[in-house]
Write a protein that binds this ligand. Structure first.
Ligand code: BES
Ligand code: MN
Ligand code: MN
Length: 462
């Protein structure tokens, strides 16, 4: 029976090689051209769970990409941990900005990762972090150190809204019954500042379309005399924030949970350097809602951002044209108590109401989800905290994240259990961006920390 530290040391090359193989498969859920690859990834993940010692491994068909369900039940009287992760990845574009191809993983060193980081799409989000759990399970089963039951549920549609997973969860409450849900799909403050994510923002994602004249027009012959959909759209978008960067949609802030002075003071204690933050992004100043700090703006406050905008002529050179239509994709990050469907409805009503004469506006909701906060006095949080103490030698800091994993709120609603977010990524890992990477150190540290969670959770549950 080996301890986890030596097990990781002895097997680290294989752990890296296996992850690299998984990262070679382009499981881009948003792009149907990659369908075969995405389906194949599910098979590879399923096999890894069989190899890691699960007794039951199922590839569950859905209307979209399959969900892998697996378990190892050792004793019905012991607690059950449900691990969730996703095997799909974001599209890698713009490809020309990658320093090595996104699906040809290589280990390179960086300032923050002197021991190397794996560069590939999905390295951190979420194949690398999901695979830490598979390897931690391998350790526990082969070294006789699995203290409780474990279930895995790994999906292939997280990056496109988890629509089929939501149905699966609602239809399989018994199968998925558990005492705690464990996810590694978030980050931590820094390598020497471990943290546990205690909150996720909700999301409402919409697409808007502004239509003016029935065809593209000569911008000289018609310019100035008809509403230009791009001019109108940009004006409408600009009006969605006031001079203090508050969002102007009526009712938008109605249910926003305001943190107490004490809670905000507690948050402000987490180590943070504004100088480093600006330097990492090559910006000379931060920007955001008046009255809130950078860390508050990106976690406890709701936002509205254009994610893409297009229309008219964007090719080489110039073309004098007034486009018939203009489009934008807009995300709103929400905080607990804001209901995403209600916010979507408020947005739609407001956006339609501010349209200029001479255009029509169409708002199409995409997907969304509720925000989430997890308490820090639960058994799950305490177990995670102890696990980090053992491997980092420090008590982790609770931290609310700005990102979203919409399915987490649904887990609590349907499965009635709390989620613990043990993320090992860094903000600088460039998830969703070119050159996504995941530190070798972070990957191995994650594998090392996870078994401690199982041990302490089982002990604290007695
Ligand atoms: N793993 C991320 C979310 C995340 C990353 C949360 C880092 C906290 C810290 C997840 O894969 C993701 O990208 N979620 C999407 C939402 C989804 C509906 C597409 C997001 O946050 O944009
Ligand atoms: Mn993710
Ligand atoms: Mn993601």
């Amino acid at each position: 029976m080996k301890n986890i530290k030596s097990y990781v040391q002895e097997n680290k090359q294989r752990f890296l090689d296996e992850l690299i193989e998984l990262l070679k498969i382009p499981s881009i859920s948003a792009d149907s051209a990659y369908k075969e690859h995405t389906v194949k990834t599910a098979d590879v993940v399923a096999k890894s769970l069989t190899d890691a010692g699960c007794d039951v491994v199922e590839i569950c068909k859905t209307e979209g990409y399959p969900i892998i369900y697996a378990h190892k039940i050792i004793d019905k009287n012991l607690p059950t941990v449900l691990v969730y992760g996703h095997y799909d990845v974001q599209p890698p574009d713009p490809l020309n900005l990658w320093t090595s191809p996104p699906f040809e993983p290589v280990i390179k060193t960086t300032k923050l990762h002197p021991e190397g980081a794996i560069f590939a799409r999905g390295a951190c989000d979420d194949k690398g972090q999901m695979y830490m759990h598979v390897k931690a399970l391998e350790f526990m089963t082969t070294q006789n150190q699995l203290p409780c039951n474990v279930k895995f549920m790994i999906e292939g549609e997280e990056e496109v809204g988890s629509v089929n997973l939501a149905k699966f969860v609602k239809q399989n409450q018994d199968k998925l019954s558990n005492d705690v849900i464990l996810i590694s799909d978030t980050g931590m403050i820094a390598k020497d500042v471990p943290s546990i994510t205690t909150g996720l923002r909700g999301l409402s994602y919409v697409e808007v379309e502004v239509t003016g004249p029935n065809r593209d027009l000569h911008s000289g012959l018609y310019g100035g005399a008809v509403a230009n959909p791009i001019n109108v759209l940009t004006k409408m978008i600009a009006s969605l924030h006031d001079e203090n960067n508050h969002i102007t949609i009526p009712g938008f802030y109605d249910n926003v949970e305001e943190l107490s002075k004490e809670e905000r003071a507690q948050m402000a204690k987490a180590p943070f350097s504004l100088e480093n933050y600006k330097e990492a992004l090559d910006i000379d100043s931060v920007y955001g809602e008046a009255g809130y700090t950078t860390n508050e703006r990106n976690s406890i406050r709701p936002t509205l951002d254009v994610n893409g905008i297009w229309g008219g002529y964007t090719g080489e050179g110039a073309k004098t044209v007034i486009a018939s239509q203009a489009f934008a994709k807009i995300s709103m990050r929400l905080v607990p108590n804001q209901d995403w469907e209600n916010i979507t409805a408020l947005f739609k009503k407001h956006f339609e109401s501010i349209a200029s004469k001479g255009v029509t506006v169409k708002v199409t909701p995409h997907h969304g989800g509720q925000g989430y906060v997890t308490p820090i006095d639960s058994i799950g949080y305490k177990a995670a905290s102890k696990a980090y103490e053992e491997t980092f030698g420090k008590t982790p800091i609770p931290q609310r994240s700005g990102g979203s994993i919409p399915i987490v709120a649904l887990f609590e609603q349907e499965l009635k259990s709390k989620t613990i977010l043990m993320g090992f990524g860094l903000d600088s890992d460039a998830i969703h961006s070119p050159n996504e990477h995941f530190g070798v150190w972070n990957y191995l540290k994650g594998i090392e920390t996870i078994p401690g969670f199982y041990k302490h959770f089982t002990e604290l549950s007695k």
